[in-house]
Design a protein around this ligand. Structure first.
Ligand SMILES: Cc1ncc(COP(=O)(O)O)c(C=O)c1O
Length: 444
């Protein structure tokens, strides 16, 4: 029998370490012993351990041997890694990751370290980022139907900071913000932090009630409208062209600023034009790379009309200065070389496949879910209190969010929001089946 190739041995060790079969701290056989047992040359055994070290899986300690590294308890980084503890299915927060993204990061960090001027990464960037980096983001935004110049693109530490900065720059305490009656919870935190009054706009499965928005603007002075027109969180809707034009028209008629949140917009392959394109003079577009690349990167951006750029930039300076240079260098590389586009394509396929799993398992349950999204809005029976149900589900190892988290006013339906993007795909079906069984069993 031929001895195994060094690559096969590396893969065997890597799988054992990732699965927990070789736990952190395990001492691996000395190089000579490995060479003997596998019938490979000593140099090949050394190469196996060097490769495992480069993968971040083992560490060589001079004079003591080679040890399995203690990997973090967080298991979202490598979907193939099964922890030796019972798995909790986290359906409360979307942090999708494609297989191999950890390796991609490792390779890109190495390339970054080996290339060019690393000292430049240690220097402070201007608030909003350097011109060439903003230009790369502006080019990427063309693909989303946003045609803008680099000066109006501000780079931030995630979408949440973009949103914070726009609100900080363009509102004063006491201002009123129109917001969907069910919306992204981060807007509630920011409104409270900035002393803003949220005015909820009733929602339907296909979008906000635009007649109600118009009435609201007639009866109250609305400074700003916060909207998620493409793949809404939590309801998943994608507004059509007419709805977007109406929203832009209402904002124009009542001189409101629009904040358009495009965090999940990449999931819809061919959406109607962004509201930003219909009302560029008053729309701030915020988005980032959390859902399309990785939540832990903390990279986002705001596109602001030129007349607001000064105020928003000052707010960014006061807040935290924007995106760190090292992260910016990494992600602008991925934007420029097509990596982000490739990841977005893979995410669209992934989200569609997960929705199909959910559709199958939840057939007959009252749900609202866009086929392109990672979200499911699940309506409970009138007798089922969302907090009780969430508690029971947590007991069954399933984490979900209740409608309360998304409610911006008094409307608090008996519903749950499921985020489908985090568990490994092959665990989603079993988790949803467990969820369905638990729902049927929740007492009156
Ligand atoms: C609609 C919406 N906006 C903003 C964010 C925050 O994104 P980031 O992680 O880029 O700050 C989220 C995160 O879930 C979101 O769903």
């Amino acid at each position: 029998m031929r001895p195994p190739s060094y690559k096969a041995i590396v893969e065997e060790f890597a799988a054992a370490i990732r699965s927990g079969a070789l736990p952190g701290g395990t001492r691996l056989p000395p190089h000579r012993a490995l060479a003997r047992s596998r019938r490979i040359a000593l140099a090949t055994a050394t190469r196996v351990y060097a490769e495992l070290a480069a993968l971040g899986l083992v560490v060589g300690e001079p004079g003591r041997g080679t040890f399995v590294r203690v990997l973090s308890g967080y298991d979202g980084l490598d979907p193939s890694r099964a922890l030796p503890v019972p798995r909790v299915a986290d359906l409360s927060f979307n942090q999708p990751l494609a297989p191999g993204q950890g390796d991609l990061l490792r390779r890109s960090l190495r390339a970054l370290a080996a290339s060019g001027d690393t000292e430049a990464l240690l220097l402070q960037h201007p608030p909003g980022g350097r011109g060439p980096d903003r230009a790369i983001v502006a080019t990427y935004l063309l693909g989303r139907g946003i045609d803008t110049v680099p000066d109006t693109v501000l780079l931030t530490s995630g979408t949440q900071q973009a949103l914070d900065t726009v609100l900080r720059g363009l509102t004063r305490p006491g201002d009123v913000v129109a917001v969907d009656a069910l919306s992204y919870p981060g807007i509630k935190l920011l409104a409270a932090a900035h002393g803003l009054d949220l005015a909820p706009v009733p929602v339907t499965a296909s979008g906000p009630d635009l007649d109600a928005l118009d009435r609201l603007c007639r009866t109250r002075r609305i400074r700003l409208i916060y909207t998620i027109p493409t793949v809404h969180n939590p309801l998943g809707w994608v507004l059509d062209h007419e709805q977007r034009a109406r929203l832009a028209g209402t904002a124009r008629a009542h001189d409101c600023v629009i904040v358009e949140d495009g965090t999940y917009a990449f999931l819809e392959a061919a959406p109607p034009p962004p509201v930003q394109a219909l009302a560029p003079e008053r729309t701030c577009y915020v988005a980032g790379l959390s859902k399309n690349v990785a939540t832990g990167l903390r990279f986002g951006f705001a596109v602001v009309p030129p007349r607001y750029a000064g105020a928003v930039t000052r707010a960014l300076r006061a807040a935290a200065w924007g995106a760190p240079g090292l992260i910016t260098a990494l992600v602008t590389g991925w934007l420029a070389d097509g990596t982000v586009e490739r990841l977005e394509r893979a995410r669209r396929e992934d989200a569609a496949a997960r929705q199909e799993i959910a559709r199958d398992v939840l057939a007959g349950v009252r749900v609202t879910a866009h086929p392109a999204s990672y979200l499911v809005w699940l309506e409970l029976q009138p007798h089922q209190r969302p907090d009780h149900v969430a508690d029971a589900l947590a007991g069954a190892g399933i984490l979900v969010s209740t409608a309360d988290a998304f409610a911006t006013g008094a409307y608090r339906p008996h519903a749950l929001r499921l985020a489908l993007g985090t568990p490994p795909r092959d665990e989603l079906g079993p988790a949803l089946r467990r969820l369905r069984r638990t729902l049927d069993e929740v007492p009156m």
